[in-house]
Design a protein around this ligand. Structure first.
Ligand SMILES: Cc1cc2nc3c(=O)[nH]c(=O)nc-3n(C[C@H](O)[C@H](O)[C@H](O)COP(=O)(O)O)c2cc1C
Length: 370
């Protein structure tokens, strides 16, 4: 039987050899000072270059956009040069890599902000959660997130420009494209969802207004690097970081239809039953319908992520639910995941204690299958 997971597929200007992609995974191991990728980071990505497509860990587009300790940036010249080492390593090993562009919005802390100010958000509503900060001894600790400051309408254009510059930097760093992170409760998602956006300007209220910021970002980034090198990641009905929307079908239906106006490389959705990395067995049945609705609305390549294994991935492709499956934790623990899935080989088990921060352990020492 033909296995769809191992059929090639066109994505923007590229042809992927198969459909096992690597999902974006924050690992909090950027070099300091400066949040700059290191040789160890390049080695980690090089090991995983057999992915059909690597989507990098979320990478802040500005200092204001950072919310966690030791995540990499793509706004300084030093960061651009260092990401070049990563893209070169991946390309030399035959891989393809898109950089995920990130602004955390309210999920931040004054210690990351320019002038130690308040994190920014659509509205002055706190996130029900904590973020990972560095204490005075240089150790990572969980810190409370303050009530953010609502962005002035006039400030939004500058953030759109930060996305544009970050996309330009990513291409300068040799990346094959960029993915706009508009999910998981970060800035763009905070604008999309009604429970975190209580604005009364043209970026709040109606579905059209709440989607405006993301659509402006997509327009700027597509203009800068070409729509065919741009993907967008959404987590419709995701509940991570306190997200919630009154009319998710209308909100995400409108948004995905609007995204059709560009010939984007792909749309990337996370299964709505995922709350972060936890599978919510008790999910709202509408959550399944929304994926089908968005699949129907979207005219391009669709990537799905969230709790997949070889069998469920094959089923999803066969059912026409998606075109490509992105694997997060399985890829984290198995640098040679495509081969293992192809040959039915046993998988290494991911170790959650080394997901965020630390050294080479639990990072570049997961073994390849013999
Ligand atoms: C350690 C870790 C870090 C993650 N970092 C990101 C990230 O930077 N950007 C993002 O969009 N999703 C991130 N995610 C979510 C994953 O991309 C993926 O959607 C999730 O893990 C579910 O897929 P899986 O069941 O295959 O792991 C992260 C998940 C994990 C486990």
């Amino acid at each position: 039987m033909t296995r769809r997971l191992f059929q090639p597929i066109a994505l923007g200007p590229y042809t992927l050899a198969h459909r096992v992609a690597m999902a974006p995974l924050t690992r909090s191991r950027a070099g300091q000072p400066g949040d700059v990728p290191t040789a160890m980071n390049a080695e980690y990505y090089r090991q995983r270059a057999s992915a059909a497509l690597i989507i990098s860990e979320a990478t802040q587009i500005s200092r204001q956009g950072q919310g966690y300790a030791w995540t990499p940036g793509i706004y300084s010249e030093q960061q651009v040069q260092a990401w070049r080492e990563v893209s070169t390593a991946v390309h030399d090993a035959g891989g393809l890599i898109f950089l995920q562009l990130w602004h955390v919005g309210r999920v931040s802390h004054p210690s990351f902000q320019p002038d130690a100010g308040l994190p920014v958000a659509p509205s002055a509503l706190p996130v029900p959660g904590k973020t990972f900060i560095v204490d005075e001894n240089g150790n990572g600790v969980w810190g409370d997130v303050p009530v953010p400051r609502a962005l002035e309408t006039a400030e939004i254009a500058a953030i759109v420009e930060d996305y544009r510059k970050a996309a330009r930097n990513a291409l300068k760093a040799g990346m094959d494209g960029v993915e706009i992170h508009a999910g998981n409760g970060y800035l763009l998602d905070q604008f999309l969802n009604s429970n975190s956006n209580q604005r009364d300007d043209r970026y709040g209220g109606s579905v059209e207004n709440r989607a405006r910021f993301l659509l402006e970002v997509v327009a700027a980034v597509a203009d800068e690097v070409g729509a065919e090198r741009v993907g967008v990641r959404l987590t419709p009905m995701g509940r991570f970081m306190g997200m919630g929307d009154d009319t998710p079908q209308a909100t995400f239906g409108y948004l995905v239809a609007a995204l059709n106006q560009w010939n984007l490389a792909y749309l990337h959705l996370v299964e709505p039953a995922m709350v972060g990395t936890v599978k919510d067995e008790d999910f709202d049945p509408r959550w399944d319908a929304i994926i089908a609705q968005l699949r129907d609305t979207w005219n391009g390549v669709l990537i799905l992520a969230g709790g997949y294994d070889a069998e469920s991935a094959e089923q999803a492709l066969n059912a026409g639910r998606a075109d490509i499956i992105a694997f997060g934790r399985p890829f984290l623990a198995n640098p040679d995941l495509p081969r293992r899935l192809h040959d039915g080989l046993a998988l290494n088990t991911p170790d959650p204690t080394s997901f965020f921060g630390g050294d080479q352990r639990g990072y570049v020492d997961y073994p390849f299958h013999t």
